[in-house]
Ligand binder design. Structure first.
Ligand SMILES: C[S@@+](CC[C@H](N)C(=O)[O-])C[C@H]1O[C@@H](n2cnc3c(N)ncnc32)[C@H](O)[C@@H]1O
Length: 380
């Protein structure tokens, strides 16, 4: 590993007097010999106990900055999101003869509440939640369903049922890869003049496909997301999984023109491009490479002894998925305010096109209602 002599990017001075997480990160960088991979930095900024963005008590989810929130997610925007997803989840439960739902990273509990309202009373709901603060918020939201909900901090060895995760994969730490003058570097974090800075080290890592051209190029590798999907594949004995998130197939993700990567930060409903400022005080995300996730699932099945058939039920944009789940029927009964909010879930320039839904099966494919029209699995 060779460090470039000077940091490759300088960032404005952060306020680390008032940010204890910044000092902890700096100490860890020193312990590591002066350089920390961006994936480790992102993990600390989001999940460091008590101080990481998702571990602390900040508001995070909400409609407007005035609520103290930083961003809005689909279930926060409209209950119709959960009602439509419930149609798919109910079909999956019946097709796979299972009676449990597993939600990863349940946020405020909004989606769980929407789904529980539409599930049969015999269906048990499990939430896998890393943050103690969010778990207690979810317990309040789901008070009415308390006897039907169990929280877990990690995956049980064996699971059966239907898995859902909305905007979970984008919150998983990524490695940064930077091509400079036709050489590939891993971009990490160092300390320069008492501030955090990016620094690049030579690497053998490469994007999964060649990036045409010789121009400088920044991108990500979703190694934690891949490991997560692989682990899920090994634990889920029977059932199906549905992940909803912003992202693209590999050919779009690693398009030669996407030269600045996809990592962004969210705070007070504004986007900024500098993750090294204010760690723990804002969200850091990367778009999802859905090809990598689908491949991780399929490969995990091939690796099993004996091999197990794991594959993709469907992949389409969120707008199409919700239409396939009959959102228009629900819209016609909704108030004007609800209709306006729900349209954002569908409109191409809002969340309808960039957000995708991917369905995964165990053992045997079946015709999932959410992908009946507009399935783009062939693009993965
Ligand atoms: C952007 S928030 C989305 C919250 C919620 N699903 C929603 O749509 O409002 C991302 C969530 O994913 C959770 N998360 C990230 N990695 C996780 C993992 N490996 N297991 C469970 N939750 C995870 C985070 O803790 C956080 O609550």
């Amino acid at each position: 590993m060779s460090l470039l002599s000077t940091p490759s990017v300088l960032v404005p001075a952060p306020d680390h007097q008032n940010n204890p997480l910044m000092s902890i990160i700096m100490q860890e960088i020193e312990k590591l010999g002066g350089w920390m991979g961006f994936d480790r930095y992102m993990e600390m900024a989001l999940y460091y106990p008590g101080l990481g963005y998702y571990s602390s008590g900040s508001t995070k989810f909400g409609l407007m900055p005035s609520s103290g929130s930083d961003f809005v997610t689909s279930p926060e925007l409209s209950p119709l999101f959960g009602q439509c997803l419930a149609k798919q989840v109910n079909q999956a439960l019946s097709q796979t003869h299972t009676t449990e739902v597993w939600e990863f990273g349940a946020g405020s509990g909004a989606l769980a509440k929407q789904l529980l309202g539409q599930l049969e009373p015999n269906v048990h709901y499990h939430i896998i939640e890393l943050s103690a603060d969010l778990q207690s918020r979810q317990a309040k939201t789901l008070e009415k369903y308390s006897s039907r909900v169990t929280w877990h901090q990690s995956l049980p060895e064996r699971m059966e049922g239907v898995v859902v995760g909305n905007e979970v994969l984008d919150a998983m730490p990524v490695k940064l890869l930077q091509r400079i003058e036709n050489q590939w570097f891993e971009r990490g974090v160092t300390i320069y003049k008492d501030e955090l800075n990016f620094a690049d080290v030579l690497t053998d890592l490469r994007p999964p496909i060649d990036i045409s051209g010789k121009h400088d190029y920044l991108t990500e590798l979703p190694q934690q997301g891949i490991a997560f999907i692989r682990t899920l594949a090994h634990h889920l004995q029977k059932g199906a999984a549905f992940f909803i998130d912003y992202g693209f197939p590999e050919s779009e993700y690693y398009h030669a023109q996407r030269q600045m990567g996809t990592v962004v930060c969210h705070r007070a409903h504004q986007v900024d491009m500098n993750p090294l400022i204010d760690p723990g005080l804002k969200d850091i995300t990367a778009h999802v490479d859905f090809t990598a996730m689908a491949m991780a699932w399929q490969n995990a099945g091939d690796e099993m002894n004996p091999p197990k058939e794991l594959g993709t039920l469907g992949y389409c944009n969120q707008g199409r998925f919700l239409l396939n789940c009959d959102i228009t029927d629900y819209l016609s009964q909704a108030s004007i305010q609800e209709q306006n909010a729900s349209l954002k879930l569908l409109q191409e320039h809002e969340m309808g096109e960039l957000f995708k839904v991917m369905g995964l099966y165990v053992d045997q494919a079946w015709d999932a209602c959410g992908f009946m029209q507009g399935d783009k699995s062939h693009t993965l």
